[in-house]
Design a protein around this ligand. Structure first.
Ligand code: UDP
Length: 482
């Protein structure tokens, strides 16, 4: 450990970015590093409330007024903006550059130059600013290697533009195999190379090469294909340090009362091993009214036990109460509960506790990377229903590389048929055949993850070793420069 042990951490202003950065910060804090966590004032105020009281993480405001960028007042996080305005926040975030420079300059002038800057891939410009002060800079991704590699390559190459069939490969990432236009987000499908999103990416993506290295919340042996893309593309070290636990999902938005959690666990206790299907589409996504109906019918017909986390379907105010009698088949919720077959939970469930329970045998997920890692760490196979961002590629990786997932639908415009869903649910939940095979593979991955994070005398797993190598890297560079 050096005297200079201050690490500056700087995520983009979205919960999906802030949470993994905070989890990483807590891990680095435990190793004795002093963390300076930078974000815009409202995000910092929120973090102050969720940080454990004993934490020494220093939360630092970076000045930002959304109104200056024609954004609504107080909207400093993607979660307070409609999807159509998220891009505007991304563009506005580039204006943080001079203030970020000032922060680093102050730290350097006050004789506590940071040991390292860990920044978001949307803040690729921060590498140049860090290097101006001779500070080591790494890009951290809460997304996995494969998902981010597909994302990067698709944006850099826009290969789907030349595809007549709707199928294409990524020219510089052929190992990813075939992709379909239905696996791209609307902004990517619409990208011409000259539209605002493309213009932003044309500036941002090439700057990734300025980082001194990349940190990924993933596991080397699981994600080799994706990680090798970045090694090849940028010739920089790539450290797979995951899975980074996210203790804050347990404590921060605790939207379940103790009573609700108790009820869920009691339900799971009453069920046989690997017999319950858990369904959740992450912290912000939902499905359409007709998809919701079809899923409910499929659950009814499959006769499998389930826990389903619901929020109002697309087109309804997410903050209103869930109307089971309107959005689900008549009596569905009541009957499932009375028969002790299924629980419909509103908005939020204690996911880690549910996935850790031995009665859970499958997880229908939108394939957000945190959800994927949480399931894999517990040996739970997946039914993938990707909705946005790099989730489509995560699902692809889980199906084709990991072999632990059956994809059931894509996005909210996919026409879901209850019969098709039922077949896929029964396939994954079955005690023999494909279900058994997938469960075995998921168990092997769980063991692989345990190995990667094992830290004992004489043995260091790949993630432990990667974290050590990352923390050594700034020191090695300094030595070489002397
Ligand atoms: N989560 C949870 N309960 C819920 C929904 C989500 O605890 O009802 C947690 C989940 O455990 C995960 C995070 O929220 O850690 C969701 O992250 P992910 O990357 O899967 O998806 P996102 O919400 O970013 O789309």
């Amino acid at each position: 450990m050096t005297n200079n042990n201050n690490i500056v951490v700087f995520p983009f202003m979205a919960q999906g970015h802030i949470i993994p950065f905070l989890s990483l910060s807590l891990q680095l804090e435990q190793k004795g590093y002093q963390i300076t966590f930078i974000n815009t004032p409202l995000n910092i105020a929120n973090l102050r409330r969720s940080l454990p009281p004993s934490s020494t993480i220093r939360l630092l405001d970076i000045p930002f007024d959304p109104v200056d960028h024609n954004l609504p007042p107080h909207c400093e996080n993607t979660d307070s903006l409609p999807p159509s305005r998220i891009f505007d926040l991304l563009v506005a975030s580039a204006s943080l550059r001079p203030a970020f420079r000032n922060i680093l300059k102050n730290l350097v002038d006050n004789e506590c130059p940071p040991f390292c800057v860990v920044a978001d891939f949307f803040f690729a410009w921060s590498a140049d600013v860090s290097h101006e002060f001779g500070i080591f800079h790494v890009t951290f991704s809460g997304a996995g290697g494969f998902g981010l590699a597909c994302y990067y390559s698709a944006w850099i190459n826009l290969p789907h533009k030349n595809s007549v069939s709707g199928e294409f490969t990524l020219p510089d990432f052929q190992e990813a195999g075939k992709l379909q236009v239905s696996q791209l987000t609307p902004s990517l499908v619409a990208a011409t190379g000259n539209d605002p999103w493309s213009e932003f990416q044309k500036i941002n993506l090439p700057l990734w090469g300025n980082a001194d290295g990349f940190l990924f919340n993933t596991i080397e042996n699981l994600d080799k294909v994706g990680l090798s893309y970045f090694r090849r593309k940028f010739g920089r070290p790539v450290w797979a340090i995951g899975p980074i636990d996210s203790p804050l999902t347990d404590t921060s938005p605790t939207r379940n009362t103790g009573w609700e959690t108790e009820k869920l666990l009691h339900f799971l206790d009453s069920k046989p091993t690997s017999s319950v299907l858990y369904i959740s589409f992450g912290s912000q996504h939902t499905i359409t009214p007709s998809q919701m109906m079809q899923l409910a019918i499929a659950l009814d017909k499959s006769n499998k036990s389930f826990i389903w986390v619901v929020r109002p379907p697309l087109g309804f105010d997410m903050n209103t109460e869930f109307k089971a009698e309107e959005w689900l088949p008549e009596n569905f919720k009541k009957k499932a509960e009375e028969e002790n077959r299924g629980l419909v939970v509103e908005k939020w469930a204690p996911q880690l506790e549910i996935l850790s329970h031995k009665s859970v045998g499958g997880f229908m997920t939108h394939c957000g990377w945190n959800s994927v890692l949480e399931a894999l760490s517990r040996g739970v196979p997946l039914l993938g229903w990707p909705m946005a961002a790099e989730q489509f590629y995560n699902a692809k990786m889980m199906v084709e590389i990991a072999g632990v997932c059956v994809e059931v639908a894509r996005g909210v415009s996919f026409e879901v048929m209850s019969e098709d869903l039922r077949v896929k649910i029964e396939e994954v939940m079955s005690e023999d055949g494909k279900g058994k095979e997938m469960r075995k593979k998921a168990f092997d991955i769980k063991t692989m993850i345990e190995e990667a994070t094992r830290d004992e005398d004489g043995f260091k797993g790949s993630s432990v070793k990667a974290m050590q190598d990352f923390l050594q890297a700034p020191l090695l560079i300094k030595k070489q420069q002397k």
